[in-house]
Design a protein around this ligand. Structure first.
Ligand SMILES: Nc1ncnc2c1ncn2[C@@H]1O[C@H](COP(=O)(O)OP(=O)(O)OP(=O)(O)O)[C@@H](O)[C@H]1O
Ligand SMILES: [Mg+2]
Length: 450
């Protein structure tokens, strides 16, 4: 069992002073610990997930079982670099260097200064797209921002934490901007890899999906035979074999042409490589936090993202069986995967088989009308950030969590200013239901990275 810090709960009179309010979550090593985070946009779901990733990374590593953490990132957040620039100027204007160094640490501050200077020189707009999971960038925002209710402490200070960067390996597919620029935006401990899928990693169904191959067609049957049954996963060789069964006395058949088209696509598309050693799957690591960059940095269609996700889940299952390493999938905006058959397959697979293999799902959604019930039913723990999106969501959760009605109550604002105050008060706070059995109010642990 590994304990992670969840945040601050309400005072518990049964506990000794000092340990009164800290809340931990016990993660089991021999079963799945799926967590779902719910809440409306802007209340901090992504921010808090980042905090959980940090906890999992350090607690498991401290326990001597470094896990494979795979984060699926959906968005870049342009407001973060803007806030970093703002804070830099405000601090340098109002405080002495000595004071700033003491507050943020000199290494961190010198880095921030360098980052801000580069951004301000940047006329070609190369920078400024920081990922939602800039896990390699120290969170100076959390050290600067006052914690809503507590005027004397900052968001991070309230949890006894300070800004820190965590090592990250970021996988970008068909990169839309320079790899170096993406690395620069995501902090000094971020390594960016231009990632490719290797032909040998890809089962025929993936090739068929990517190329819209008709299921019943002759070319599909021939290709499946060569690719999956003979396991010849090399476009050149495939073409030679297909050519071999052509009639030498007539022009190329439709079947051949369609196979040729498919193989050419594989050869020219930057997403693929013939070199198994270059496959991004071999670069997933338990020494760093893996981030699959499905933000604007990668030029991917939704169905391709889902296919990659499926491949990674299949790969993770093999790794989990072979090496008995715990695996954590951190999936933001999980609803995006539920509409696609491969995406749904991947989520279902983790939910169902995760238990026996210790493959865990931590996901978040701001679902408005209908919560994905499979995910909620399969989750061990459910967290709510700020408010729920609708009454229907409340009803669903009341059915699922017996003590939900008694514990959770959301004030409805009576005016616009009340609403604004409430939003401030509720950001990064909410409820956590342990094993869907015990629910309580919680101020979630802030992330040390941005
Ligand atoms: N330490 C911080 N101090 C102040 N603001 C912060 C801090 N960390 C994050 N933010 C900001 O808080 C806002 C909400 O955070 P976050 O992106 O986590 O919300 P979310 O629930 O994931 O929203 P969405 O559903 O839109 O993705 C963001 O605009 C982010 O820039
Ligand atoms: Mg988010």
């Amino acid at each position: 069992m590994v304990r992670i810090n969840l945040g601050i709960g309400r005072t518990d009179s049964m506990k000794k002073r000092g340990e009164r309010t800290k809340r931990h979550l016990n993660l089991k090593n021999d079963e799945a610990n799926h967590i779902t985070l719910l809440g409306k946009s802007g209340y901090g779901k992504t921010t808090i997930m980042r905090g959980m990733v940090e906890e999992i990374y350090s607690s498991y590593s401290d326990a001597g079982i470094p896990p494979i953490i795979i984060v699926i990132e959906r968005k870049v957040d342009t407001s973060k670099p803007k806030k970093v620039i703002e804070i830099f100027h405000e601090e340098t204007e109002k405080s002495t260097e000595k004071h700033i160094y003491r507050k943020y640490g000199d290494g961190i501050w010198n880095y921030i200064e360098h980052y801000v200077k580069e951004l301000e020189k940047d006329k070609d707009l190369r920078y400024g797209l920081m990922g939602d999971f800039a896990i390699g960038f120290p969170n100076i925002l959390g050290k600067y921002t006052k914690a809503g209710m507590d005027e004397y402490k900052t968001l991070l200070g309230r949890h006894g934490l300070s800004p820190a960067a965590y090592p990250a390996r970021r996988f970008v597919f068909r990169p839309r901007r320079d790899i170096e620029d993406i690395a620069f935006d995501n902090g000094p401990l971020t390594e960016v890899i231009s990632s490719k899928l290797a032909y040998p990693d890809m089962p025929f169904e993936i090739i068929a999906d990517m190329n819209n191959l008709g299921e019943q067609s002759r070319y599909s049957a021939i290709l499946k035979n060569i690719w999956d049954i003979s396991k010849i996963r090399d476009p050149k060789e495939v073409l030679m074999i297909a050519e071999g069964s052509e009639n030498p006395n007539s022009g190329p058949s439709q079947t051949y042409l369609r196979i040729e088209e498919t193989m050419n696509r594989l050869k020219t598309d930057l997403l693929f490589t013939g070199d198994l050693e270059n496959s991004f799957l071999t670069k997933l690591t338990n020494k760093k936090i893996n981030i699959l960059d499905f933000s604007q940095n990668s030029e991917l269609e939704t169905y391709e993202e889902c296919l990659i996700f499926k491949l990674v889940v299949q790969n993770a299952i093999n790794v989990a069986i072979k090496y008995r390493i715990p695996v954590f999938f951190v999936v933001d905006e999980v609803q995006n995967f539920m509409k696609d058959k491969n995406g749904k397959w991947a989520i279902d697979k983790i939910l169902r088989e995760g238990r026996s293999l210790c493959i865990n799902l931590i996901c978040a959604t701001q679902y408005t009308d209908n919560l994905p019930k499979d995910i909620l039913t399969g989750s061990s723990h459910i967290g709510i950030m700020g408010k729920l999106a609708s009454n229907t969501d409340t009803k669903t959760l009341e059915k699922l969590i017996p003590d939900f009605k008694d514990v959770v109550d959301f004030d409805e604002p009576g005016s616009l200013s009340e609403y604004e105050n409430l939003k401030k008060k509720l950001r990064f706070r909410g409820y956590f239901s342990y094993n869907k059995d015990y629910t309580e109010h919680i101020e979630y642990r802030q992330p040390q990275s941005l």
